[in-house]
Write a protein that binds this ligand. Sequence first.
Ligand code: OXD
Length: 314
Amino acid sequence: MPSQKNHRLLIYHRDPELYEEAIRRRAPRLEIHSTEKTDEALFWIEEAEILLAWKLPDDLLKKARKLAWFASTGAGNEHLVNNPHLPETVIVTKTTIYGEMMAEYVFAYILYFIRRGAKHLEDQRRGVWDPVRPERLRGKVLAVLGLGSIGREIAKRGRQFGMKVIGLKRSPEPVEEVGEAFGPSDLEEMIPIADYLVNCLPYTPETYHFLGQKELALLKEGAVLFSIGRGKTIDQEALVRVLRSKKIRAVLDVFETEPLPRESKLWTLENVIITPHVSGINMPEEICEAFVDNYERWLRGGSLVGVVDRKKGY
Ligand code: OXD
């Protein structure tokens, strides 16, 4: 690494010491301050050239006058893209490590369903020996909405299981991990053929309620919908209506309002699995490894991994 001046990094995050320790080990020349407290961060923010954080109060952001790079620990950064306190000149990067973990989440449930996990547990409780046949994944259609680092990782696993994988992205150019990539105007063609529809779209003005009543009604009998990106990309009221028909099942990790309010009808439906936004969670070691790799690129003047296109919104 070329010898450079020491850059000042402010880590503003829960468990700040874990992040600081992991980064210091690999980048000893960075001048690091770390805290989870806003009043402490106010001391350091004015001098910080790099910020490793997720959500940041505007009072802090306003004072970040020397900031050149906002390294977000999150994958979706809709709260940053239009933030008036974040000048266009500041590079924003997302963390792109979540794909493997989120693919594990999706396939944990897919495999549980096809291997009849719930039935075997119930039979076990009742002392029943009933060797029902499992389904196979080979040949089943996995449709992935959003082919960023997360969607591509899910698509890759689907192919390894012999599934027919299709995907949708904003501009339908070829993507190695999927057999066929569609654009948004092909959505109505894709949905009815999906056995598993995995929605990992980012939240932008274009993706608000991307799946509404009309689209959800196109899902075939027995299909499973996964929602792991942003809750606002699905019309939740419409989803409740479609789920009530018992035609489909859903595994939902993200919601229009989080935590999911107690009065939500979703809690009462038997064909839904609800998890509390845990499909991809912060792993400080992995985040810091990716951050330091990117920092080394930054020092070399190379292009960074995960740069957020603030016009596109992700
Ligand atoms: C993220 C998230 O985008 O936690 O990182 O949802």
